[in-house]
Structure formats: C-alpha cells, structure tokens
Design a protein around this ligand. Structure first.
Ligand SMILES: NC(=O)c1ccc[n+]([C@@H]2O[C@H](COP(=O)([O-])OP(=O)(O)OC[C@H]3O[C@@H](n4cnc5c(N)ncnc54)[C@H](O)[C@@H]3O)[C@@H](O)[C@H]2O)c1
Length: 323
C-alpha cells in the first residue's frame, strides 16, 4: 500500500557531477527552508493560515483523562468529529459529558490498547459507525516509575504494548484509508524522556525513544512514496501536570499544564509541523548530550537539575486493569 508510488532507485553509484549538482541544489533549497522556517516562527498563530479540522474525524487514544481529555474538548470546539478510546470507562464518560455539555457530539469506545485484537476490532467498529479517521492521535501512555530490577516483567511488557506497540496497530488500521483518500495525519505522542533517558524510566524512556524512531521512519516512508498529503507530527512534551508523574517536583522548570499542551499540540497539527518539543527551549539543550563530555552531562543532570532525585519522589497514578 505504502509502495503505491515508485521512487527513483538510487542504488547505482552516482557520478561526481551528479553529487555536486544535488549538493548545490540542496544548499540553495536549504537557504529557502531556513528563511521559511524563520519567517513562520515570527508570525503569530492568530494571523497564520492553519488547516481546518472542521468535519474531520479525529481519534484520540487515552481520551479519558489528562491531555487526551483537553484535546477532545478543544477539537470538538474546532468542529471535529471526535472519537476517544481509553481503558477507563468512568474517564471516558467524564470526557463525553464535558464535550456534550458544550453542545458537541463525541463517540467513545472502551479499548485496551495493550490488546492488539481489541485495537483492530475497535478500529473496524469506528470505521463502520463513525467513518474514515482523518487524524489519528496516538496519545495514550502509561508509566510504572520503578528502577529496572524493581519492574515486574508484566509492567515492562504493558509499557511497551501501550506506549509503542499500539501505535503499529492503530496506524496499520487507519493509514490505508488515509492513503486511499489522499488525506490524513498521524500524530505520535512521545516525550522529552524519549530524547533523554530518565531515572526510573528504563521501560518508559525506551518506549518513548521508540516513538521517535517510529515517527521518523513513518515520515520517511510517506515522503519517499509521494504521500505528501499525509502528515506526521511528533509531540515531545516535558513533564505535564496530569498526575501521570505525581510526586515528581522538577527543580528548574515547573510542569507544563495539560491545557497548554493540548492547545500547542492542536496548533502543531494544524500547522502540519513534523516535530514539536515543549517547551521549545528544550530543543536547544538536547544537542549538548552529544557534544559535552559524558561526566559533564551527568553532573549537569544530577547536581544542577537534580533529575534523578526528583524522580525518586515518583508516586504516579493508580492503574486501570486491562480487560
Ligand atoms: N504527564 C507527563 O508528564 C508527560 C510528559 C511527557 C509525555 N507524556 C505523554 O503524553 C501522553 C498523555 O499523558 P497524560 O499526562 O495525559 O497521561 P494520563 O495518565 O493523564 O492519561 C493517559 C491516558 O491513557 C490511558 N491508558 C493507559 N493505558 C491504557 C490502555 N492499556 N488502553 C487504553 N488507554 C490507556 C489512561 O487511562 C489515561 O486516560 C502520554 O503518551 C504520555 O506518555 C506525558
């Protein structure tokens, strides 16, 4: 399906002339890309043309709480047909009530994202009952917050199933229709913990690093096969005040508010951005981990930022059992 459009096979050895020609073209285009990016950074969102989500079917996983609930309400206000999936029945009801109290419609499904067959079955149901999904937001996530030797095997497997494997099942279920209609958007919710390993997060950070690879590879496949109207956005937020990391008190930067995160995510989707790191300042710190000596990075992390110390206070949220 993805291979529907052929790309030039670049396997033959290129001549020096060809390489030089492509490099010059790349440098010229790069000047344009940098200026374009700079220009759009300066333009405020209110006057910037952004894509409309009116009438689009937008599916949010993990819509029963935290950022997912804020996303559902904000998307409904923009005229999207919102569908939410979650394992937590009461949370789903709360989100539906909040959306319907404002006069909008919403569809909700109890789905355990750790169960591949349940994901495929729910996807078929959504296609039949609501229609083709235009925007898929893989937002659900889970964290156990234990050091490696204290993590049960089941906890590790659940984290992998929810935080990354479920993305394969949802994208496999909904991408073919996006390609058929030439319209779609896959949003992957990663984390700053997926760009920088974190204490008590060997499972969580690893799955969030995997979301980055998943998004980047999917983006490459879509572009390489000419599916330029299918967009992919990676969202990497810093700690968010939803209770997921309850007990943690970061030293230098306060937690982000879920309302702000949901708003920024929707703006990023409507701008068809490929990457969105929150707060933006973190983007400038991350390259340091490759540039600075490892001892200096560790000192910065534990002496100045007190990252591991703050994660030692982790309490998290009670878990809803899978069905
Ligand atoms: N909270 C943070 O500090 C933080 C920071 C960076 C990234 N993130 C990521 O942002 C996303 C949203 O996080 P949040 O803070 O809103 O978390 P949250 O815990 O408030 O919400 C996550 C939702 O996912 C649902 N969920 C968990 N396991 C599920 C399963 N097996 N099947 C179906 N649904 C399931 C939960 O019921 C919950 O409603 C997650 O992917 C998270 O990893 C969170």
């Amino acid at each position: 399906m993805l291979e529907g459009t052929k790309i030039n096979n670049p396997s033959q050895m290129a001549s020096v002339f060809d390489v030089a020609k492509d490099t010059v073209l790349f440098l010229l285009l790069s000047c344009y890309y940098i200026l374009e990016s700079f220009f759009w950074t300066l333009v405020p969102n209110v006057i910037r043309p952004m894509k409309s989500l009116k009438g689009d079917v937008v599916l949010v996983t993990g819509g029963a709480g935290g950022v997912g609930q804020h996303l559902a309400i904000k998307l409904a206000r923009l005229g999207a047909k919102v569908v939410i999936w979650d394992i937590c029945k009461e949370g789903l009801q709360k989100t539906c009530t909040a959306v319907m109290d404002e006069g909008y419609e919403i569809a909700s499904y109890i789905v355990d994202l750790a169960d591949r067959n349940a994901v495929y079955a729910a996807a078929e149901l959504v296609k039949r009952e609501v229609g083709k999904v235009d925007v898929l937001i893989n937002n659900a996530g889970t964290v156990f917050g234990e050091t490696l030797l204290n993590l049960s095997d089941t906890a590790i497997e659940t984290t992998y199933k929810v935080n990354i494997l479920s993305h394969y099942w949802t994208v496999k279920a909904f991408l073919p229709d996006m390609i058929k209609t030439g319209k779609g958007h896959v949003v992957t919710v990663g984390s700053v913990a997926g760009l920088l390993g974190t204490y008590r997060c060997t499972d969580y950070s690893a799955t969030k690093f995997a979301t980055v690879g998943f998004h980047e590879s999917l983006f490459t496949e879509l572009r390489a096969h000419g599916h330029t109207s299918i967009h992919a956005t990676l969202i990497c937020p810093y700690y968010i005040n939803t209770g997921m990391f309850h007990g943690v008190t970061p030293r230098l930067m306060p937690m982000l508010e879920p309302d702000y995160v949901a708003e920024t995510m929707i703006d990023s989707i409507r701008k068809n951005e490929v990457n969105c790191v929150m707060p933006g300042s973190v983007r400038y710190l991350l390259p340091l981990k490759c540039l600075l000596p490892a001892k200096m990075c560790w000192d910065l992390m534990h002496r100045v930022m007190k990252g591991p110390q703050s994660m030692m206070e982790f309490k998290g949220k009670p878990k809803v059992a899978g069905g």
